[in-house]
Design a protein around this ligand. Structure first.
Ligand code: AMP
Length: 449
C-alpha cells in the first residue's frame, strides 16, 4: 500500500495541486482507492463524507484526463444533491488548478440555459444530479460517446432519494466500455444491487466503519478556551485517581504543540515515562519509542496524527485529544486506539472555540454527539492571550467563509465587518463569547455549566 502521494506516480500538475491543498499524506480511502482507479479498474468504495473520498477519485481522474481535449465530456460524475455536486466541482477546481481541464456542473432548481451554454463551450468533466443530467441529455445537448469514466457518488443517498430509475436510464445512454466508480457511505442491499448492474469485476475498497467506536470507548468533551488551560486540565486528569490513566496517548495537530505538551509532561514524569512522536524524530527513535510504549515501559506517548497512523498500538486505556484533529476521520482513528484490551477505553477531547467547527463535523461523522463535561473545579482557567485569541478568530473567519460558498447578502456585510475588525484587532474580531467556556480563574461557577 502506498504511503505518500509520491508513490502513486501522479504527474507534476496533480502533485503540485496536492501540495497547494496542504495535504501531507493520503487518507486511508485514498491509499486504497487511488491505485486501482489509476489502473483503470472498476472500483466500489465504501467511505463516508469526511474521509477524503472525493479526492480519492478526482485526483486519478485529473491524472487520466490530463488536459482539455475535444468538445465533449470524457468523465461524468453523478451526485444526489446540488450541494454535493457543487462541492465536487469545487474539489475539481482545486485539484485541477494546474491544468486547463473544463468542468461543468448541472443541477435543478434553476433554468438550464447557462448550463447548456457552458456545455456548448466544450467540456472535459460533467458533474450532475441525475434528473438534470437526463433532462439536458434528452434535450440533445450532451454527447455521451467520448465518456470514459462514470462515477456515482453517494450512491446510497441517490437510491434512498428514489433515483434508481434515472440511474438506470443514465446507464443505458453511456458507452458500454467505460470505467465505473461507485462510492457509498454504506453497503446496503440496494447498493449491492446497483453495483451488480453497474460494475464489472470491481475492486472493493472500504475504510474502517466510521460509526462504531462509541460502543467500546467512553467519549467525553471539555470546552477549554486556550492552550494553557488545556495543559492545566491535562495535569488535573493525570493526577486524578479516579481517572485511572494507565497507558495514554496524547494527540496533537502539529509538531510544535506535541513538543510543547511533551515538555510539560517530561517536567512532571521525566523522559523514562513519556516519549514524543512526530515527523521530525528519526526513524529509529520513533520505532524505539513505539516499542517501549507497546511493552509498557513508558506510560505516555505524545503524537501527531501523521506519525500515529499506521502504528499498531491499540490497547491504551486513555486517549486525550489535546487538539481536535483537522482531518475529521482521524478522530475515529485516534479513539480507536483505546477500548480493546481494556474493558472500556476512554477518549477525552479538549476543544477551544476555533475547534468547535470540527467537533460538529466529527459528531456528524460518528452520528452521535460527544458528551460534554464541565471542567473540574480544581482546574485553573487562564485568560486567552491576545495572539492566541487572534489565531482563533482568524480560523473561525475561515470556517465561516468555507461554509458560505454562495457569498450571499448578509454574509458579505458580515464578512466585511469581520475582516475589518480582525485587522484592527478589536473585540468584534475575537471568537464569540461563549458560555460553554468557564471564565478565567477558579472555582467553576455552577451556573456556567
Ligand atoms: P471528503 O470526504 O471528500 O468530503 O473530504 C473531506 C475533507 O478532507 C475535505 O475538506 C478535503 O479537502 C480533505 N482532504 C482530502 N484529502 C485529504 C488529505 N490527504 N489530507 C488532508 N485533508 C484531506
Amino acid at each position: 500500500m502506498a504511503g505518500t502521494f509520491d508513490d502513486f506516480g501522479f504527474n507534476r500538475q496533480v502533485l503540485n495541486a496536492i501540495a497547494d491543498a496542504g495535504y501531507s499524506e493520503p487518507t486511508p480511502i485514498q491509499q486504497k482507492a487511488i491505485p486501482p482507479v489509476l489502473n483503470g479498474q472498476d472500483v466500489m468504495g465504501i467511505a463516508q463524507t469526511g474521509t477524503g473520498k472525493t479526492a480519492a477519485y478526482v485526483l486519478p481522474l485529473i491524472m487520466k484526463l490530463k488536459y482539455a481535449q475535444g468538445e465533449h465530456a470524457r468523465a461524468l460524475i453523478i451526485a444526489p444533491t446540488r450541494e454535493l455536486a457543487m462541492q465536487i466541482q469545487e474539489n475539481i477546481a482545486l485539484y485541477a488548478k494546474h491544468t486547463d481541464l473544463r468542468t461543468v456542473v448541472l443541477y435543478g432548481g434553476l433554468g438550464p440555459k447557462t448550463q447548456i451554454e457552458n456545455i456548448n463551450k466544450g467540456v472535459d468533466i460533467i458533474v450532475a444530479t441525475p434528473g438534470r443530467f437526463m433532462d439536458i441529455y434528452l434535450a440533445g445537448h450532451i454527447v455521451t460517446k467520448p465518456l470514459q469514466v462514470l462515477v456515482l457518488d453517494e450512491a446510497d443517498k441517490m437510491l434512498d432519494m428514489g433515483f434508481m430509475p434515472q440511474l438506470n436510464r443514465i446507464l443505458e445512454v453511456v458507452p458500454r466500455k467505460r470505467q465505473n466508480l461507485l462510492f457509498s457511505a454504506t453497503m446496503s442491499e440496494k447498493v449491492h444491487q446497483l453495483s451488480a448492474n453497474f460494475l464489472e469485476f470491481p475492486i472493493v475498497v472500504e475504510v474502517t466503519p466510521q460509526a462504531t467506536p462509541a460502543q467500546t470507548v467512553k467519549q467525553s468533551l471539555y470546552y477549554v478556551p486556550n492552550i494553557k488551560s488545556k495543559i492545566n486540565l491535562l495535569k488535573y486528569l493525570l493526577d486524578a485517581e479516579e481517572q485511572g490513566i494507565k497507558k495514554l496517548i496524547v494527540f496533537c495537530i502539529t509538531r510544535a504543540s506535541a513538543e510543547n505538551v511533551y515538555k510539560f509532561l517530561v517536567r512532571r514524569y521525566d523522559d523514562k515515562q513519556v516519549k514524543v512522536l512526530h515527523a521530525n524524530k528519526g526513524q529509529n527513535t520513533r520505532i524505539n519509542s513505539i516499542n517501549a510504549f507497546k511493552a509498557d515501559d513508558i506510560k505516555i506517548l505524545v503524537a501527531t496524527d501523521v506519525v500515529a497512523r499506521g502504528i499498531d498500538v491499540s490497547n491504551v486505556s486513555h486517549v486525550i485529544n489535546f487538539e481536535v484533529p483537522v482531518v475529521i476521520e482521524d478522530y475515529v482513528h485516534r479513539i480507536g486506539r483505546t477500548g480493546r484490551a481494556f474493558q472500556l477505553g476512554e477518549a477525552i477531547t479538549f476543544c477551544n472555540p476555533a475547534e468547535e467547527y470540527r467537533i460538529h463535523k466529527i459528531e456528524k461523522l460518528i452520528r452521535n454527539p460527544i458528551p460534554v463535561y464541565p471542567i473540574p473545579e480544581g482546574v485553573f482557567i487562564e485568560e486567552t492571550p491576545y495572539e492566541e485569541r487572534q489565531e482563533q478568530a482568524k480560523e473561525i473567519d475561515l470556517q465561516k467563509r468555507k461554509e458560505n460558498p454562495d457569498f450571499k447578502g448578509a454574509f458579505h456585510e458580515k464578512k466585511a465587518s469581520n475582516t475589518k475588525s480582525a485587522a484592527k484587532g478589536n473585540k468584534a474580531g475575537a471568537p464569540p463569547k461563549n458560555n460553554k467556556y468557564r471564565k478565567s480563574g477558579k472555582p467553576a461557577l455552577k451556573k456556567h455549566r
